[in-house]
Design a protein around this ligand. Structure first.
Ligand code: NCD
Length: 303
């Protein structure tokens, strides 16, 4: 039985195969409409979510399966003090696969160790978010047609942004990738993530300037400053508007730049940018559903 806790658990061949399945689902959805008949996905969300939970649920419905949902931990036995381990053991009796989001780093791993069904990490604290990365990879594949030879700018909260950590891990597996890490000093990428880049033989630059980086970028991945991870509200207020992408800042960008964002956006991308053909973030949210369909099939071992 396989779980998905960290994107690095999937080989490059497996990532490529998930992308191929998702592309096939987009082309021929009817082939997949009954693949999960009689199966149940449990979505256990101990942290707010719109896209991730609903796209998992839409994914399971589009495969013919059903969903048991716990969208609000405040209404579950976690509020009575039940451990993640016990919750996972119990849900294993009711469902065939679990998607779990939790504010504590490592909670989905604990669930996986105690579950008799596959567990998918739908975001654990400031750590990892492997299924957002699957959405990101399909976006890059469909927009750029390749995973190699890319300069990727990641901008915003690179310290707490779990989507950034997982995406860097995945892209480090491909050839000739340059990472441009654009953040305030206080929100730089953690060392363990930088080590993944250098261990893979890639280079990175750290900078505070989005404008100076812009002309070199093939992909610009904007992120929200993660208010819920700050210990100090004043520090959040000081840093929250560090970067606001607007149409002026795109003047020196490449014609075929791909602008991504895992969403939700607060105000780090101005609404006027949505009309630019390079803005891909709403398509990216749609692609997340197809990649989650491909992942559910893989982990349930359904061909
Ligand atoms: C991201 C997350 O939850 O980490 N959102 C998402 O899953 N699409 C990014 C964020 O919350 O800023």
């Amino acid at each position: 039985m396989r779980h998905l806790i960290d994107i690095l658990e999937l080989s490059v061949e497996e990532l490529d195969s998930l992308v191929a399945t998702a592309n096939d689902i987009i082309d021929s959805p009817e082939k997949y409409a009954h693949k999960c008949d009689g199966k149940k996905l449990a979505t256990l969300f101990f942290e707010p979510s719109t896209r991730t939970r609903l796209s998992f649920e839409a994914a399971m419905y589009e495969l013919g399966g059903n969903v048991l949902t716990m969208a609000d931990a405040g209404s579950s036995s976690a509020a009575k003090g039940e451990s993640v381990a016990d919750t996972a053991k119990m849900i294993s009796c009711y469902a065939d696969i679990i998607a779990m989001r939790h504010p504590k780093e490592g909670a989905p791993l604990v669930a996986a160790k105690n579950s008799t069904i596959p567990v998918i990490n739908a975001g654990d604290g400031g750590h990892h978010h492997p299924t957002q990365t699957l959405a990101d990879l399909l976006t890059i594949h469909r927009e750029k047609g390749r995973f190699d030879n890319l300069t990727i700018g990641l901008c915003g909260d690179l310290k707490f942004g779990r989507t950034v950590h997982s995406l860097i891990g995945a892209m480090s597996r491909y050839k000739n990738i340059t990472f441009v890490l654009i953040s305030p000093e206080e929100l730089k990428v953690p060392d363990y993530v930088k080590n993944i880049i250098t261990d893979a033989g890639h280079s990175f630059v750290e900078t505070v300037s989005l404008e100076e980086s812009m002309p070199s970028l093939d992909i610009l991945y904007m992120t929200r400053v993660q208010r819920e991870r700050f210990f100090n509200e004043e520090e959040y207020l000081r840093l929250k508007d560090s970067y606001i992408l607007n149409t002026d800042k795109l003047i020196n960008a490449k014609e075929d730049l791909v602008i991504m964002h895992p969403l939700p956006r607060v105000n780090e991308i101005s609404v006027a940018v949505d009309n630019d053909k390079r803005a891909c973030y709403f398509r990216q949210a749609l692609y997340g559903k197809y990649m989650r369909m491909a992942l559910i099939l893989k982990l349930l071992d359904i061909k």
